[in-house]
Design a protein around this ligand. Sequence first.
Ligand code: LLP
Length: 386
Amino acid sequence: MFNASLLKKFNGIETPFYYYDTKLLRQTLDSAQRAAKKYDIELHYALKANANKQILKLIKDAGFGADCVSGNEVKRASECGFKADKIVFAGVGKSDSEIRFAIKKNIFCFNCESIDELKVINEIAKSENKKARVALRINPNVNAHTHHYITTGLEENKFGINAWELEETLKTIHKSKFLNLIGLHFHIGSQITDLTVFKNLCLKVNDMLVWFANRNVFVENINLGGGLGVDYYHPDKSPVPDFENYFSLFRKFLKTEPNQKLHLEPGRAIVAQCGSLISKVLFVKKGVQTNFIILDAGMTELLRPALYQSYHKMENLTGAKRKESLKYDVTGPICESSDCFGKAVDLPETKRGDILAIRTTGAYAESMSLDYNLRNRAKAYLAEDL
Ligand code: LLP
């Protein structure tokens, strides 16, 4: 990905910065949309993965809707051109003002996570004299077999309405004049690489659909969330995820009615591989048992390793041709021992001033960045900006 001419373009740009390979992003969007059309699936991109305005515009232009989890994400999505009737708003803790804002915007749907939330939306919709379209986010109790911090569909998680609350939920909806139930929503977790997990989800959802049908409740929209994982170990092996295989699985196992629409909310799978965090080596330091590389990027630009012990491939772009390979602990400059991108990482002999790329950082890097230690926010560059 990083040839000499690109490296030359990096010269003079202040590090650290995010670099987005928009050619790869376009290929990914194209492949996702082609497969989605084939399997008649509507895609809502999960803004939380990356809400960079330029990236969002490309995603919007490719025909995606938007999956938002805050009032500001709803605002950002509409500023970037996503039509209100393609915006869904999820989240376990929507504030009254966020709900009012989204009702005024007339968004497609609220994905509701509790009975109390339904009551609040009904009240606010009433005060705005509007009907709010809602989908019930149901906790299906399906194990996503991923990191426990990004598992959301188990009973022990705070997300969604539990199966035993559904009877009461329906009663609440029947009593609420300002709610219009249009769908069911499920999301069981993120970075899921074992696709049988999605099959298990489909089987659970089929049971749910029967449950609703038995009560004469027909829901037009079935939204199965996001979660498709990417290959952090080999970012160049198949940089465009296999959407065809992923989408076909839902059509194979999910028993929807002909007039029921299927929606998915991919985030990571769309943007992860197109992004790299580019950073300069400040110091190389000899430790007792290891050598430390101290980068000018830290957990403030990429929190995932500190938070989930996640792996990101690293490449020394300027030292690639050096023969000797050494083991380094690659760390950032932040005053926390968890500010470490990898331990005992094999890299060519590395020197002060070298430029490193931390790969697969298009998702959940820029969007999770912090200004801890009063750091400046790193800038982002698209391939066409350079
Ligand atoms: N829909 C809902 C309701 C979600 O909660 C999420 C992610 C998505 C869609 C998109 O999931 P994706 O396709 O990106 O897996 N910060 C963590 C990931 C947190 C994901 C939270 N929800 C990480 O860096 O791994």
